[in-house]
Ligand binder design. Structure first.
Ligand code: SF4
Length: 222
């Protein structure tokens, strides 16, 4: 079961969920709690996505606690900008899966800023590094079940060297290269990479990677 939370502190060039950046139909938290009850016998996990879910700590705690009480695993997809929220959830044993989106090499805050649509990304870059440290430490201490870094790719947005740098900076962390879908984006200047183009890139990275495409779903490239 995936809950998409509205609002985001980034405005990524290629956001595929830009429709939920702003206010829309509000859903009250009681309705979400009822939805967990309705679904709990048919799903194994509750995953928060967005938007940026870590902007809503109180709601995350409420829903994650309910999910854990019902025996579900809890995961979160995040841009990594709120490491303190991740720390809080892990400390409270309310998180099992952490999935952090890396947008560009962390050594290049200017490129990061360009992709996330923010003038100065230096502070965010430090926070994202902290989020990755938190995930790595929690996996080592067996306080998380799953930790994955992921990068969404479009033709020409990141160079091959930039992708190589990103995936090799965190060699010990599972990493997925995801196919961005141009038809899902507001901008019209983006081009979708094919599954074969992404697989070729993954092979050139010379480390185990997962690729995630519409054509073939998840595939491990070793
Ligand atoms: S962090 Fe995610 S939801 Fe937010 S703008 Fe970027 S792609 Fe969209």
């Amino acid at each position: 079961m995936v809950v998409f939370l509205r609002g985001c502190n980034f405005k990524c060039y290629y956001c595929q969920n830009y429709r939920i950046w702003g206010a829309a139909l509000p859903v009250n938290s009681d309705a979400l709690l009822r939805e967990i009850q309705r679904n709990k016998d048919y799903v194994s996990a509750l995953v928060f996505s967005g938007g940026e879910p870590t902007l809503r700590l109180n709601l995350l705690q409420l829903l994650a606690r309910e999910a854990k009480n019902e025996g579900l695993l809890v995961g979160i997809e995040t841009n990594g900008s709120c490491p303190e929220v991740l720390e809080t959830l892990i400390a409270a044993q309310l998180l099992d899966g952490l999935f952090v989106d890396l947008k560009a090499p962390l050594s290049n805050p200017q490129k990061y800023a360009q992709i996330i649509g923010i003038a100065n990304a230096s502070t965010y870059v430090d926070k994202i590094k902290r989020a990755i440290d938190i995930g790595s430490e929690a996996i080592a201490a067996k306080r998380l079940v799953e930790f994955e870094l992921r990068t969404t790719l479009f033709k020409g947005l990141l160079s091959q060297d930039e992708i190589l740098e990103m995936v090799n900076e965190f060699k010990t962390v599972p990493y997925a290269l995801q196919q961005g879908r141009a038809e899902m984006c507001a901008r019209t200047d983006l081009t979708t990479l094919t599954r074969d183009e992404i697989a070729k890139l993954a092979v050139q990275c010379r480390r185990p990677l997962r690729i995630r495409t519409l054509e073939k779903g998840d595939e491990d490239i070793v």
